[in-house]
Each structure stands twice: as C-alpha cells, then as structure tokens.
Design a protein around this ligand. Structure first.
Ligand SMILES: *Cc1c(COP(=O)(O)O)cnc(C)c1O
Length: 393
C-alpha cells in the first residue's frame, strides 16, 4: 500500500485507510466456518459501518458472500438505498409506525416488538402493501423486545391476521456471548428456545431465526439457527479481549488512521507544550505536531495512559494536552515535515492495534472507529490499491 497516495482528493493531512480486502476476507472466513450449513450472513453496517463507511463496507460484504444488511436506523437504511444498494436490509432499532410507508417503498425490513406498534403501523399501510418485519424477543438483554408469553401470543395473533405485515424472522440478542463465563449466555439461549416453542406451538414458521452477533457466530456455530448478524468481526476486530485467543480464524483489522507531521522543532529543556502548559521538556527534545484533535474524535484521553503514535515504525508519545484540531508528540529523533504518522495500524513492522487504543482509553474496540468523525476522510483500498475516497462535502 502506498501510504497517503489518496491525499490528492482532500486537503488535509489526516485520513483513515479502510482495507476492503480485509473485510472481504473476514466475511469469507465466517462463510467457511459455516460451509456445511445453510447460513445467511447479515453484515451489520450501522453507525456508518462502525465508522468505516457503510456504503463501501456493504458493497464489499455483499461481494464476499453476505446477502443481508443490518442497520440501527431507518435513515441509515435509506442512505444505503440512495447509494444503490438493493440487498435486503433490516433496521434493528425501533422505527416510528408512522414511517412504515418508507420501509415498504424501499423494501426495508423493520423490527417489531409491540402490539400497539403493529396496530398503528397497519393504519399507515395500503391494502396492497407488504411490510416485512423481524420480531424481537428480549431473552435477557433488557433493551427492546417481547418478554411475556401473553404479549408474544397477542402480537403473533395480530400478525397472523394482518394482510400487510409479513413476519420474516424472529430474533434475539445476547448480552454476554463474548465472555468466558457462559452461564448467562446459556440462560438467555434457553429462554429464547422456550419463546420459540411458544411461537411454534401456534403453528407459526418463519424464513429466518437469528441470535448470532459476532461472538456467538464465531464461538457457537451450532446455536445460530439460519442467519448471523456479523458486525465487529467483519471489521477484523475481536468482540472482546477475553475471547481473542479462541477465535476460529485470524481476523484482519480493516481500519488504520494516519496523518503527516505538520511541524517539527527542537526545543531546549524547560519549554511548555499545549494548553495548560502541563508538559515541560526535560532536555533537548524533538517535538512533532499532528493535524488531528478531539474534534476529529481523537479524544483528549489519548494523551494520558501512555498514548503514542508510530513514526517510521518508532514510538512517539503524546506530550501536552490534545487540542481541538492538533496535538503534539515527542519524536525519538528529527523527522521531516510531511512524514507519515500512524495513530492506529501497522507501520514498518510495528503496530498499534484497535485493541491497544481501546485499552489505552479504558473502553472497547467498537467505540474507537465509531468516534473518528466525518471530518477525517476515509480512503478505501483493495489488494493494496486505492479504489475510492470518501470525504465530507
Ligand atoms: C450491533 C448489533 C449486532 C452486531 O454485533 P457485533 O458484536 O458487532 O457482531 C448484532 N445484533 C444487534 C441487535 C446489534 O445491535
């Protein structure tokens, strides 16, 4: 990969590189895991593809064998349609029942879990409309979903009587599938099975049943029915550190974050760096300035807990507070202005992984790419070749 070759199409020296080949390989990896089984892969591309770019990731995932897409919001589904994606899409969160016409028009499946919703939605559907819905069961996540037998029976009856709403799937979501302690996972799984029995007892069958996020899909292939909702690991990231060592194949991290040095200077001992003058040089030091700050999602916390970047493979720690648009590092030696700096990713045999950065911020890897804002252009690579660039307009 020629680092930074995409900088022709935007005008700042900070960018994300998304390796679409890695995303494709991660999809192929999970497909192979299920080679003996009929399994539909729903690629989860909510939150702009976990910050990677929903359209580009969707296209790559569909190319590699995913056939369904999942998003959190109707707006996100509509954006995919606008971008020319015609694969089936499920909205995982609640959509207003007054907006079901939009879902019908664009062939978008919605999540249902309230009888009132079904009744209200029907008022907004024409007799010839077909709205596809996935029924969400709350087996113990406590977020959204049906819990009681009575409410499940009622909604099943309403859906059976409906000519416009078609039940396409039943699903649930696990709270602890990424933990070593599997007791709560087992409990949730058993509750889901019981709920499915209630529904089957009413003579209802559906095309899809799904409960597998990445952790479940990778660890328990015999508990995922006929569809998985593959999110974090499609991006090459482990669902948690505690199961990283037991993943069934090598995931490939797709996201790197880089910039170029905008200023390099040598300071004598005793000079202060950044707001609050919290850092002082203790000897002659080479200080480099980076064109990224908290307004880009590079949060102020990066400067504490030993945060550093890579410059030609060498570590350079943050010094002083991170500003809105810039920050400073102590360089191990003199580097030229325009030298490429790696904040996340591989550089000359060294690497700062998403997990390293997440640990530094005392959070999970999911959060890191999501908060790198739209002001940072996304550049897309396939087989190390630049294929497209997405920048704010
Ligand atoms: C985000 C989400 C997923 C994907 O989870 P990963 O851990 O990223 O694989 C699956 N299902 C639901 C309901 C979600 O909200």
């Amino acid at each position: 990969m020629v680092v930074g070759e995409a900088t022709q199409s935007f005008f700042r020296d900070t960018w994300v590189e998304v390796d679409l080949s890695a995303i494709e390989d991660n999809i192929r990896g999970v497909k192979e895991l299920y080679q003996d089984k009929e399994m539909t892969i729903m690629a989860i591309v909510k939150a702009d593809g976990y910050g990677h770019g929903a359209l580009e990731v969707s296209r790559a995932a569909l190319d590699a064998g995913a056939t369904f897409l999942g998003v959190a919001l109707l707006d996100e589904a509509l954006k995919l349609r606008k971008g020319g994606i015609d694969a089936p899409i499920l909205v995982l969160g609640r959509t207003r029942p007054t907006d079901v016409q939009l879902a019908v028009m664009h062939n978008i499946s919605l999540t249902v879990y309230q009888l009132d919703w079904v009744e209200e939605a029907q008022k907004h559907l024409q007799p010839t409309d077909t709205l596809k819905v996935h029924m969400k069961l709350d087996s113990g996540m406590g977020r959204i979903g049906l819990r009681e037998k009575k409410e499940i029976d009622e909604i099943i009856e309403a859906l059976s009587a409906s000519n416009t709403i078609k039940l396409e799937a039943i699903f649930t979501h696990f709270a602890t599938a990424d933990e070593q302690d599997l007791r709560y996972f087992q409990e949730q799984y058993q509750r889901f099975l019981t709920m499915l029995e209630w529904i089957q007892a009413k003579g209802i069958t559906v095309p899809y049943i799904h409960c597998g996020n990445s952790a479940t899909a990778l660890r328990f292939p015999d508990k995922t029915f006929n569809m998985i909702r593959f999110g974090i690991s499609m991006y090459g990231l482990t669902p948690s550190l505690e199961i990283k060592a037991e993943l069934p194949f090598q995931l490939k991290q797709a996201f790197s974050l880089r910039c170029r040095l905008t200023h390099v200077k040598k300071l004598p001992a005793g000079e202060a760096i950044s707001y609050g003058a919290t850092y002082r040089t203790t000897e002659d030091e080479w200080i480099g300035t980076l064109p990224i700050g908290y307004a880009d999602g590079w949060l102020r916390y990066h400067a504490s807990n030993g945060g550093y970047v890579l410059v030609e493979g060498e570590e350079a720690p943050f010094v002083g507070r991170i500003c809105m648009d810039q920050c400073m590092v102590r360089l191990p030696k003199k580097f030229d202005v325009d030298t490429v700096v790696t904040l996340i990713g591989k550089d000359k045999g060294n690497e700062i992984s998403m997990d390293d950065v997440a640990v530094r911020l005392n959070t999970i890897n999911y959060e890191i790419p999501c908060v790198i804002g739209p002001r940072v252009p996304r550049t897309y690579y396939r087989q190390k070749e630049l294929v497209s660039v997405k920048n704010i307009k």
